[in-house]
Design a protein around this ligand. Sequence first.
Ligand code: SF4
Length: 483
Amino acid sequence: MCGIVGFYGPTTDRATEKLNLLLAKLQNRGPQGAGVVTYDHDGQIHELRGAGSVEAVFDGRNKLDNLPGYMGVGQVRYATFGYTIQPITWIQRGKQAALAHNGEFANAITLRKEAEEMWEYKFQSTSDTEVLIPYLMHSSKDTFRDALLDVLQNKIKGAYSMIILYDGKLYCVRDPHGFRPLALGISENASIVASESSAIEVLGGQYIGDVNPAQLIVIGPSGIIETVEWAEPKPKSCIFEHVYFANPDSYVGGINVSLARDFMGKLMFEEAGWIDADVIVPVLDSGLHAALGFYEATLRYAFQERKNPIPLKAGVHRSWFIGRSFQEGEQIAREILQRIKSNVIAAWVKDKRVIVIDDSLVRGTVMRIIVELMRIAGAREVHVIIPSPPPIAPCAYGIDTYEDELIAARLNGNVHEIQQFIGADSLRYLSLNALYQAVTESASPPVRTTANFCDACYTGQYPVPFEQDRSTKPRRQNMGTQA
Ligand code: SF4
């Protein structure tokens, strides 16, 4: 998973200041690498990329001055395999271009071989994103816009939200399924593009909508200068964005993420029913919003049934200086980081029957550690609530998971065995139907249908065939080829 941003300001503006803030807000989408490319008044681009957080790459603010220009693109990324931090740059008909991509091309292997054979093209990286470039460079179309549309319509398949900087314009595009989000905003005289709407708000901007599936939006000095519907849209936006990835203060596809998670928690209570317990503890911070919904539902039930309400307490302390452990490449690194990141506060759980709520159970290792820490802290019982279904299949559209890492896939979806693996006294998941209800009814107005979402990691039903065998795909190392 990655986060991408684009900024087009007045010529007096310093894009790098804005890109820095936009990327910092999207750090949740990729803490292990960041890059920006800016474009100045002379048509020159300036680049900065590096491993680590946005703050580390920019060295606080010390490196901002090295990047003049009033417009630019950027990306944050998480570790997959290979080593490519974007934006990728190249020369397109004598002019410098830069590309930031979130997603994964489904036919990258075929296109790569074809480009090598047809043009003896020498790839600079193992990145799936780079396959786009030879096709743009060798296009017979007269303009960059037409070359891009030609490649989108006839070559590239899979998941992509992209922002391309070329010749003083930003080209913003989403694939026909719209797997990955891309929001549009305005701020005074500037145009902003970002994976999530909350990044736009960081700049004091206004979220005005999304780049729609199968849409190309071209941004110039006066804002949006062209909108092209280049294919029939077949929306399949990623439902996992609503469960885990997106910031809770974002709108994804017009749906507020916090509202949807709160609703997941309420529906979780409807499905799980009352559990005799002494305290509810959310796993911060992505489990918080669903835990609040669950807690509210238990309060209402307790009032109706004249039971003692179960208090909600911050029984797991979150260190805010550690990134999202799901995205750390190595298993051992994830486990150590998790112990530093989330510590159990014994004062809230000692001698108690505890309900622990997290947003999802992917590998199970995070929850296993938390349950263990609960036991060490003296909890009498630990009941785990997961207000989303168990992921049983790897993502082929930009989230780097492997089937043999998914606890529900490894244990054939056997909830009892998963419960034993994490060491809990009980384990409950939300059904897929309830997840859909939470997401679709949180839209305002609730117009979307379940058919508009990708749920392949929960069902194994992939909307777009992909050519790479996920079980033999190279494992992530430090930095990644997938966007
Ligand atoms: Fe999202 Fe899962 Fe579909 Fe990947 S497979 S795009 S994580 S819903």
